[in-house]
Design a protein around this ligand. Structure first.
Ligand SMILES: NC(=O)c1ccc[n+]([C@@H]2O[C@H](COP(=O)([O-])OP(=O)(O)OC[C@H]3O[C@@H](n4cnc5c(N)ncnc54)[C@H](OP(=O)(O)O)[C@@H]3O)[C@@H](O)[C@H]2O)c1
Length: 334
């Protein structure tokens, strides 16, 4: 049988248990030109909270009654297409379920013999690593000697984004939600400083850590944190709008950043981006990220929860900050 977790109710505020329903259906048969893929790992992402909402976004909402959408790594267990064979490992969007049929154009083969753990293709070499890569290099464009601030600094995107800025020769200051996370950023990842934003005087600490003000802010949080860094920008600063996790569960609209006028006075830019727009360049990003990982220039961690049935609970870790690195679910063994 094929276990599926479906979206059956849209959340108001935090995701609640009754948003999901678990069902079992027969394993589907692949048709002509299709492959049957068994899920190995399921990625859990903050963006999923947005996909559960109705309304206009960068991607259509998940319909009520549909299997919850999600990025997956899987193994081909039956194939009726020339492009894929049994045992191939593929990245796809097969959702919160054990099995899915898909066409090869919706799957990307993953090298099973790269020397890196398979799960890396859902983390540092997957969507979060690629988000850090394109967001930092294409939008942030950090230069040697510049000051780069990164929020969710110990998270999947933030930790990689900060290290990429450091590789470019920038001075990197992180913002994270605990002393342990900050210590990991400075001791292990080579950030120049990291501020625990849950301390009372974090704004003063941030200003002290950025004596030359800020050239690039890689924003994963939005809200007050974005507004604070907007008050610290240098002429020509770039604000990379990658995410706004502080807002995803909000039930009321947050007021706009009162410091926005500093975009004018400091001739700064603020640009949003969606990693999906870089799909044609993923191979370039994966090659470079893999080289950095193998050379020890990028370190990362993965928070792997066992069992598909635990996905509805595990997703809360992203919002309470208890995930240590890229959050994913091990659905089955390779
Ligand atoms: N633009 C794109 O294409 C794209 C693609 C992927 C991801 N993203 C965005 O990237 C960001 C990070 O995603 P991720 O997958 O790497 O997750 P992650 O950082 O591994 O996990 C989420 C982290 O967010 C922090 N957080 C939660 N609520 C917060 C709040 N109210 N204020 C401040 N921090 C809060 C927590 O860390 P602390 O302990 O530090 O609070 C938590 O560990 C998200 O905003 C996501 O939407 C954007």
């Amino acid at each position: 049988m094929n276990r599926q977790i479906k979206l059956v109710q849209r959340p108001t505020g935090n995701i609640s248990d009754d948003c999901f329903e678990r069902v079992e259906v027969p394993i589907p048969e692949p048709g002509d030109g299709e492959a049957l893929v068994r899920t190995l790992y399921l990625s859990l992402d903050p963006a999923m909270r947005g996909w559960m909402n109705e309304g206009d976004s960068y991607i259509a909402p998940v319909e009520l009654g549909d299997v919850m959408r999600g990025g997956t790594l899987g193994t081909v267990v039956a194939s009726n297409c020339a492009e894929l064979g049994e045992g191939d490992i593929v990245f796809g969007g097969n959702g919160w379920q054990d099995y899915a049929v898909a066409r090869p154009k919706h799957l990307q083969k993953v090298p099973a013999d790269s020397g890196l753990p398979l799960s890396n293709y859902l983390s540092v070499l997957g969507i979060t690593g690629l988000t850090a890569y394109f967001g930092m290099l294409d939008v942030g464009k950090p230069q040697p000697g510049e000051t780069v601030v990164v929020s969710t600094a110990a998270g999947a995107v933030g930790s990689v984004a900060g290290q990429i800025a450091a590789i470019q020769g920038s001075r990197v200051v992180g913002l994270a939600g605990s002393d342990d996370k900050c210590t990991w950023c400075t001791e292990e990842l080579g950030f120049d400083a990291c501020i625990n934003y849950k301390t009372e005087d974090w704004k003063d600490q941030l200003r002290a850590a950025c004596p030359d003000k800020v050239d690039v802010y890689f924003d994963n949080v939005g809200g007050d944190m974005l507004n604070t860094v907007l008050g610290m920008n240098k002429v020509g600063a770039r604000f990379v709008i990658c995410g706004a996790i502080s807002q995803y569960n909000a039930t009321e609209r947050t007021p706009g950043p009162s410091n926005y006028i500093r975009l004018l006075t400091k001739r700064s830019t603020m640009q949003g981006f969606v990693v999906l727009d870089y799909a044609q360049r993923y191979p370039e990003g994966i090659r470079q990220l893999a080289a950095w990982v193998m050379a020890g220039k990028i370190k990362h961690r993965e928070d792997i929860v066992d069992g598909l049935d635990n996905a509805p609970q595990a997703i809360h870790k992203l919002f309470d900050g208890s995930n240590a690195g890229k959050l994913m679910v091990r659905v089955s063994d390779a």
